[in-house]
Design a protein around this ligand. Structure first.
Ligand code: HSE
Length: 341
């Protein structure tokens, strides 16, 4: 499977690390044999149509920016779009930073990949938050697979759990902590009395926060995930503007202390229950299974037959999110291997 990687930040680098380990393991699940043939970043690309060796991927990672300075394979100033259009590959892995104003450049990367017959795996919430119904239709129209497991829950298989493990049941409502950064901040504030700003700075250092911190703290990131869950799991056709959203800027240390006296705490909860999907700080009992600490995410599915099911896992981080990319690549490989001819 030839892969074009678009975006070379925390997640992009982790994807190359995970894939390099897979080559080395020689684990050929469903004949899975990934080869990164190109990496495109903001200022150029590296291309090797035969596929980069694990050692070369490591050299590129260690050399850092700009990747296009590579003497052998570097293509300074070559755009990601040009790479997607001209390099032969089966899959584009799109992991550029999130933009929820117009979803670019990821939206063009994804639609161009579809139009050139390439499957897409993305961890980028922007295109899904703004245009998910259209994108899933476009993928189907072009007869390609579109996977985005890493957009919700980092490495935690929240979408797969709902889609596959609860298949046949009816999901009536979803509630959850969908943003690792704000959960980390609220946990640090309530348990260690760290200030909001200090906790945010730590989350950025740990690679949890988005490039634009407002994405996390004003609840946009969680709202994007609500959109993805609502569309993919509950068959709604909504976009970001349909989510009522309040972030965590106004959650004070005092409010957290008051909640603690009642055996509760305050969490940023995303909810799809009834007509209006919401994201807002909500007081919940410390005994609630959703009440998880640090960068953890937790999502409860309220189902018709199986009752309440809660999935918990680390919701952010490069390697965790890269594991979701790998899962999606394997899923595509499996689908291709079992597709009737
Ligand atoms: N900034 C996001 C978070 C990353 O903190 O949850 C994972 O989507």
């Amino acid at each position: 499977m030839r892969i074009i990687l678009v975006g070379y930040g925390v997640v992009g680098k982790s994807v190359t690390t995970v894939l390099a380990r897979k080559y080395a393991e020689k684990v050929k699940d469903y004949g899975f044999n990934p080869k990164v043939v190109a990496i495109a970043d903001i200022d150029g690309a590296v291309i090797n149509q035969r596929g980069f060796s694990p050692e070369k991927l490591e050299t590129i990672r260690q050399r850092g920016y700009p990747i296009s300075a590579d003497p052998e394979f570097g293509r300074p100033r070559m755009s990601a779009l040009e790479v997607i259009e001209t390099v032969e590959a089966e899959v584009v892995v799109e992991v550029t930073p999130v933009n929820i104003k117009n979803a670019e450049p990821a939206l063009s990367h994804i639609t161009t990949a579809f139009k050139t017959g390439k499957h897409v795996v993305t961890t980028n919430k922007g295109p899904l938050a703004l245009a998910m119904p259209a994108l899933t239709e476009l993928a189907a129209y072009n007869n390609v697979y579109f996977r985005f497991s890493g957009t919700v829950g980092g490495g935690t298989p929240i979408l797969e759990f709902a889609k596959r493990c609860l298949a046949g049941d009816r999901i009536l409502a979803i509630r959850g902590i969908l943003n690792g950064t704000t959960n980390y901040i609220l946990t640090e504030m309530s348990q260690n009395h760290v200030t909001f700003q200090e906790a945010l700075t730590n989350a950025q250092k740990l690679g949890y926060a988005e490039a634009e911190p407002s994405m996390d703290i004003d609840g946009f990131d969680a709202a994007c995930k609500v959109v993805i869950l609502a569309n993919w799991i509950m068959n709604k056709k909504i976009t970001l503007k349909d989510v009522e959203r309040t972030g965590v800027r106004d959650v004070s240390l005092q409010a957290l202390e008051e909640a603690a006296k009642r055996g509760s705490t305050i969490k940023l909860i995303g909810s799809i229950d009834g007509d209006k999907p919401t994201v807002k700080p909500t007081e919940i009992a410390k005994t609630n299974p959703l009440c998880v600490s640090g960068v953890l995410n937790a999502v409860t599915f309220f189902t018709e037959y199986a009752g309440e099911q809660t999935v918990i896992g680390k919701g952010a981080g490069g390697m965790e999110t890269a594991s979701a990319v790998l899962r999606d690549l394997l899923d595509i490989r499996h689908k291709l291997a079992t597709k009737p001819t």
